[in-house]
Design a protein around this ligand. Structure first.
Ligand SMILES: NC(=O)C1=CN([C@@H]2O[C@H](COP(=O)(O)OP(=O)(O)OC[C@H]3O[C@@H](n4cnc5c(N)ncnc54)[C@H](OP(=O)(O)O)[C@@H]3O)[C@@H](O)[C@H]2O)C=CC1
Ligand SMILES: O=C(CO)COP(=O)(O)O
Length: 344
C-alpha cells in the first residue's frame, strides 16, 4: 500500500511539493482552504492563481476537508503563510498520531511572539510529537521545482532520524535534500533572507546597480548571521543552502515575491498597493517587523533590516535609507578577525 502524505496549503509551494511527492509515488492529498480552488483543480488540474503553467497530476487528491486530508497520513507538510501556521497547526492537531512527521515549509517568524515557526509548532503540539518536527528550507522557487528543474534544499530537525526521514521523503532525481541539525539556523536563514530581498528589490527599483545589490546581499548575510548566532544558530549554516543559497535566489530571481515587492517600493508605489497587487504572500514584510524587534531584544546591529523597517513602516524615503546605510560610521568588515589580531 502506498504511504499517505498530507500537504496543507494549496498555494504555490504546497502545490509544487504535492507534485514532487506524487511523482515519487506517495498517495498525496492537498488541502485548500477554499472550495473554489478545490473545484478548479478537480476540473482543470490547474491551480490558475498560484501555479498557472503546471498540470497537476490526476493522482493528487484535492480537498477542503482537513480530516479527510490527514486520515492515516505518515507525514504532514505545512505550506501556509507564517501568520497562518499557529491556527493551522491547531486545526491539524486532532488528526495526527504520535508517529506522524510534521514538516514546516513556511519561511517567517511569528510577529506577535517573535517565535520561530518550529517553536510555534512545539507550543501547539503535544510533547510526544516534538521530536517529529522538521523544517524544509533552501533556494527553491515553486515555479522551478514544479517544472522539475534541479534544486537543492535542506531538511532540519533536532532528531537525525527525522531529518533523514524528510530527506528521503522529498529526495528526487531533480530535488537534492541535505540534512542539518541546526533548526534555529535553517529557520532564521529562510525567514531573514526575505528582509534582504525586499532591500535589494528596493535598490533595484531605485535604479541602483549590481554593485549595490551585491553589497546589500553580503552585508545582509552578515547581519542575518549576527542575529542568528546570538539566537543560538551555527554560523556555518548561513554559508549553506538555507543561508547564502536562499539569499542568492531570492535577491536575484524575478520569481521572488519579496524582491518584486521591493522593486515596486523602490519605484515609489505605497506598501498597501504593492501587497494588494501581489496576490501571493510577501513574507518579508511581517518578518522585517519581527527581525527589527529581535535585533533590539538581542542587542544586535542590523542596519539594513532597520532601514528596511523604516521604509516599510515609518514612511522613510528609500533613497534616504540607502544614503543612511552608506554614511554610517566606518567599521571593520569582520569584527571577529580584528579582535583576534592584537598585532594589527
Ligand atoms: N512559493 C515558493 O516558491 C516558496 C514559498 N515558501 C514559503 O511557503 C509559504 C507559503 O508560500 P506560498 O505557497 O508561496 O504562498 P502563496 O501565496 O502562493 O499561497 C498561500 C496559500 O496559503 C493559503 N492561506 C493563506 N492564508 C491562510 C490561512 N489563514 N489559513 C490557511 N491557509 C491560508 C492560501 O489560500 P487562499 O488561496 O485561500 O488565500 C494559499 O493556498 C511561505 O511561508 C513561503 O515563504 C518556501 C519556499 C518556496
Ligand atoms: O523562499 C522562497 C524561495 O526559496 C520564496 O520566497 P520569494 O518568493 O520571496 O523568493
Amino acid at each position: 500500500m502506498r504511504e499517505r502524505v498530507a500537504v496543507i496549503g494549496a498555494g504555490s509551494w504546497g502545490t509544487a511539493l504535492a507534485i514532487v511527492l506524487a511523482k515519487k509515488g506517495y498517495e498525496v492529498t492537498l488541502w485548500a482552504r477554499r472550495q473554489e480552488v478545490v473545484r478548479e483543480i478537480e476540473t482543470t488540474r490547474i491551480n490558475s492563481h498560484y501555479l498557472p503553467e503546471i498540470v497537476i497530476p490526476e493522482s493528487i487528491k484535492i480537498t477542503a476537508d482537513l480530516e479527510e486530508t490527514l486520515m492515516q497520513c505518515v507525514a504532514v507538510v505545512l505550506s501556509v503563510p507564517s501568520h497562518a501556521v499557529r491556527e493551522t497547526v491547531r486545526r491539524v492537531r486532532p488528526f495526527v498520531t504520535k508517529e506522524t512527521v510534521l514538516v514546516n515549509t513556511a519561511k517567517g517568524l511569528e510577529i506577535e511572539t517573535l517565535m520561530r515557526l518550529s517553536e510555534v509548532l512545539k507550543q501547539e503540539l503535544p510533547v510526544e510529537l516534538h521530536n517529529n518536527i522538521a523544517v524544509l528550507s533552501g533556494p527553491s522557487h515553486a515555479e522551478e521545482v514544479s517544472r522539475d528543474l534541479p534544486t537543492a534544499v535542506v531538511a532540519a530537525s533536532h532528531r537525525r532520524q527525522v531529518a533523514e526521514y524528510v530527506q528521503d521523503l522529498f529526495m528526487a532525481p531533480n530535488l537534492r535534500v541535505y540534512t542539518n541539525p541546526d533548526v534555529t539556523g535553517v529557520e532564521l536563514g529562510g525567514a531573514l533572507k526575505n528582509v534582504i530581498a525586499l532591500a535589494t528589490g528596493i535598490s533595484d527599483g531605485l535604479g541602483f546597480g549590481d554593485n549595490t545589490r551585491a553589497a546589500l546581499m553580503t552585508r545582509g548575510l552578515a547581519e542575518i548571521a549576527r542575529l542568528g548566532t546570538a539566537m543560538g544558530a551555527q554560523s556555518l549554516t548561513f554559508a549553506g543552502l538555507a543561508g547564502i543559497g536562499d539569499l542568492i535566489v531570492t535577491c536575484t530571481s524575478l520569481y521572488s515575491r519579496n524582491r518584486r515587492a521591493g522593486i515596486q517600493l523602490g519605484q515609489g508605489k505605497p506598501l498597501d498597493q504593492v501587497l494588494a497587487g501581489m496576490g501571493m504572500v510577501v513574507e518579508g514584510v511581517r518578518t522585517t517587523k519581527a527581525a527589527y524587534h529581535l535585533a533590539q531584544k538581542y542587542g544586535v546591529e542590523m542596519p539594513i533590516t532597520e532601514q528596511t523597517y523604516q521604509v516599510l513602516f515609518e514612511g522613510l524615503n528609500p533613497r534616504e535609507a540607502v544614503s543612511k546605510l552608506m554614511l554610517r560610521t566606518r567599521t571593520h568588515e569582520v569584527e571577529e578577525i580584528v579582535v583576534n589580531r592584537q598585532d594589527w
